[in-house]
Design a protein around this ligand. Sequence first.
Ligand code: VG1
Ligand code: CO
Length: 540
Amino acid sequence: MRVTTRPIEGQKPGTSGLRKKTKVFMSKGYLKNFIQSIFDATGGAEGKTYVLGGDGRYFNVEAAQTILKMAAANGAKRVIVGQGALLSTPAASHLIRRNGADGGIILSASHNPGGPDADFGVKFNGPNGGPASEAVTEAIFARSGEIDAYCIADERDIDLSKIGMQHIGCMEVFIIDPVADYARLMESLFDFPKIRAMFAGGFRMRFDAMCAVTGPYAKEILEGRLGAAPGTVVHAEPLPDFGGMHPDPNPTWAHELMDEMFGADAPDFGAASDGDGDRNMVVGQGIYVSPSDSLAVLAANAHLAPGYRAGLKGVARSMPTSCAADRVAEALGIGAYETPTGWKFFGNLLDAGRATLCGEESFGTGSDHVREKDGLWAVLLWLNILAERKESVGEILKAHWRKFGRNYYSRHDYEALPVEVANEVMDGLRARLPGLPGTDLAGRTISSADDFAYADPVDGSTSERQGLRVVFGDGSRIVLRLSGTGTEGATLRLYLERYAAGPDGLDQEVQAALAPMIRAAEELAGIRAVTGREGPDVVT
Ligand code: VG1
Ligand code: CO
């Protein structure tokens, strides 16, 4: 059935897919226009195979039913769907690759809260399993601005609870266990017997799934296959509103886990994941591992896991992520890459075999096993390393700093600002950039200052205005950019970094160690002065 429609404004995907208030997605034609724009902008759905699933948030199932009917009416051959329309983002990426699918649609607003009054999102991934490139994303947006009709089959809903094959017209709908293939992939990368032996020896862990999609994955892998004690995984059932939790695995939102890891009788290891399972936070007994440090430690130790025994080809990080991983890459004699924020920029490096590990300061780490960041993968790599080294998280982290020095790092978020105010801060600093190199601030000399532009070394595409950065002679950095995942006003992210070579000064409190950079950032950008805010809303 062909239904006439009119373009809807603002269907512009951000850092990771299109995110809007759930009610916006539920409004007439909104989802359908966007899905049809995806099909239209990627050469049509005729004869194609797609993977479909989401993080279980409110409207997940209804959206999946709509997309299935649209895929059928657009002539798709087959859609592989996670049972209950559930699939974590990394599991979806794996399924696209494993089945040679033409793409995938992931229903998630990731770490944004879910529910009728919260957020919903749609991501489109390409045949390599990764987020659509900027060019494809632009084409989808352009199409959404001229669309005049969408196609949808006038059929009954599919029974999404039933594993196996069903049909909508002649399109096959193949419902699969969302966990099985992913669990097998993890088993192929890590030394499960060794990790199992560690758990059998009394190693204790807490995994907080935050009522989001990783619950079933973590239960099956950690408690089922690795023998972690029952109850290791908490908040394990994916709920439409994430049980009121904000499934963003950072010390602020995963505070229950933090309290436990810093309390008496803390387990040996703690971890949390986000709405769609691609992020991870890692915590040791009484010690928090910053995501930038986690990437560096994983890069330095990955060879201890069977899947990475041959060594790494290179390490890539997003620009705002601390430079800790670069030091490891240098020591290993492998390539180090710096990309704009967002996983789509790692795709070419992974496909071309230039990078094996990638990471972002926003609790994202991953490797070339899929084309998305992968929360549980990072947790399992940590477990594999812990099982091999037989040291605590704290011991491993401190030894790492002694060897490589420590990149003190923090991100300060100023959320839900009026858009004009956030732009005023950005424009103010951008205007000052050319005059900064050579000047002194915070007892250091500024060595460079620019608006980060990226030239992809594989396909030569360029991406400009990816964040303002001020770099000091001693490697300290201040970075400022606007978030591209929010659904309300604008969020300013201020990233602060200071390098300490050691051996002294490796054990300072992070905010205290960064105090000179925090002051310098205020002098440069005047965030507090311009916004009138007294401080950041979230500090990670
Ligand atoms: C944020 C993070 C970025 C991450 C993106 C998607 O984007 O900073 O590093 O790739 O979220 O992650 P932004 O534009 O708000 O800073 V997820 O877990 O939402 O798919
Ligand atoms: Co996510």
